[in-house]
Design a protein around this ligand. Structure first.
Ligand SMILES: *Cc1c(COP(=O)(O)O)cnc(C)c1O
Ligand SMILES: [Zn+2]
Length: 423
């Protein structure tokens, strides 16, 4: 049983050509009967599998809605539509000055902060909440560094379901708490870090208290696959061909796993060749870098970091639950992983802002990581690169104010203002 091989005979457990496969032992399960997040037999991560794999010709708006976005890719998803706000269809910005500064052939920025609640988590939630409706649950829950809770609160409310979120006390950016709060979630502030919050919410889910919508839930990753599908289509339409490399911030490594799955499915269907798969390149903060450690050490697993710290709170995670899916993704695509300092993150946040792109600190890690890898010669000058920016500037207003210019108090008088400007 090879995790990398995406095709297999349709098992008896399948419903309408959809099933779950354990990536460790290969056991298969019915997708919507009973609730499970990991393998009953061995505890391994589950992956959603399909009898029919998508090609680019399968994607389109017919029969779904009159907008692009996640459900445009329903041929690669378990349903035709879901609880939508709508999400996806985010811009792939040109950044000519930044491209020059970093020194690559082409650089594009995929700004996932432009989703309805301001992060890519919306792509996973539109699918995840649809599945929650299918299996029939009343209460949804997640542990979160902030953005998952904002997305779950919005999508859960829209579906008319209760939402419970567990947050690490004092470590969630203001904008994200404001969202969970106004969308009416029950917010528990846990005296512990994100990884402890996830341990607890997994226990609650195992006891049947709530349906878990962290990225351990394999259906979230199905929605997030559409980031990869969109990048391939947009880049091909605007630049011709596919990017050589995709650089992204890594927290729980859900996105890394999701992008890899999107590319494996496209390859298995014959839509792309193996050598057209972009090199997946993960970036973590120095104070929170278990994936980078595993890649550098050549391990096939990560070692949990109990103490993590970074101002990029969205990636302040010491136990990336999707590592068993993401580590092969980085290795098999010939990618790599790199750690950056908080100072490098802030610098990259400012540089992006100069191009008019406002992002939260974790998002800027992708640019900081690319710059570092280019300086080290790991990334070549002839590469065409897409950096993923995962969340919007307004998510973390405190970090933005700290990184940006200082407001200057002046009297309410034109002459005094002129004098101030001249001083
Ligand atoms: C969730 C999140 C991440 C981390 O994504 P993973 O899929 O968990 O690796 C990075 N940046 C932002 C802004 C996020 O909200
Ligand atoms: Zn198993």
């Amino acid at each position: 049983m090879s995790y990398l091989k995406i095709t297999q005979d349709e098992p008896a457990a399948a419903t309408d050509g959809v099933w779950l496969t354990c990536i460790e032992c290969g056991e298969t399960f019915a997708p919507f009967e009973g609730i499970r997040y990991t393998c009953d037999d061995c505890g391994g991560l589950l992956e959603v599998r399909y009898a029919d794999l998508p090609t680019f010709e399968n994607f389109g708006d017919e029969g779904t809605a009159f907008h692009g976005g996640v459900w445009r890719y329903s041929a690669a998803l378990p349903f035709n539509t879901g609880v939508t706000l709508p999400e996806g269809n985010t811009p792939l910005h040109e950044v000519p000055r930044l491209e020059d500064k970093i020194g690559v052939e082409r650089l594009r920025v995929k700004h996932e902060g432009m989703n309805p609640t301001g992060s890519f988590k919306d792509r996973g939630m539109t699918v995840g909440v649809r599945v929650a409706q299918e299996v029939g649950v009343d209460r949804l829950a997640c542990a979160s560094t902030g953005n998952t809770s904002a997305a779950l609160s919005a999508y859960g409310s829209r579906a008319g379901l209760q939402v419970l979120v567990l947050l690490p006390e004092g470590k969630v950016a203001a904008g994200k708490i404001a969202q969970a709060s106004l969308h009416g979630a029950r917010i528990l502030e846990v005296d512990g870090n994100f990884d402890r919050c996830l341990d607890i919410v997994q226990n609650l889910a195992d006891r049947g208290e709530a349906y878990l919508l962290n990225s351990l839930n394999p259906f979230r990753l199905e929605g997030q696959k559409t980031i990869g599908l969109e990048i391939m289509e947009q880049f091909d339409a605007e630049e011709g061909g596919f990017p050589d490399r995709i650089v992204l911030p890594v927290g729980n490594a859900g996105n890394t796993a999701a992008l890899y799955k999107a590319f494996r499915e496209l390859e298995a269907s014959g839509a792309i060749d193996e050598d057209e798969i972009p090199k997946l390149t993960g970036v973590q903060a120095e104070g929170s870098a278990p994936m980078v450690e595993a890649i550098e050490e050549g391990w096939d697993h990560i070692e949990r970091w109990d103490d993590v710290e970074t101002k990029a709170t969205a990636i302040r995670i010491g136990n990336p639950v999707n590592a068993p899916k993401a580590l092969p993704g980085i290795r098999e695509t010939d990618g790599t992983a790199v750690a950056v300092s908080d100072a490098e993150i802030t610098d990259a946040q400012r540089t992006l802002a100069e191009e008019g792109i406002g992002v939260e600190p974790a998002s800027a890690a992708s640019i900081a990581g690319l710059r570092k890898l280019r300086d080290r010669g790991v990334v070549d000058e002839d590469e065409r690169v897409v950096c993923l920016t995962t969340g919007h500037l307004l998510k973390d207003p405190d970090a933005a104010v700290e990184a940006g210019t200082e407001p200057e108090p002046v009297p309410a008088d034109t002459d005094a203002v002129l004098e101030h400007l001249q001083s």
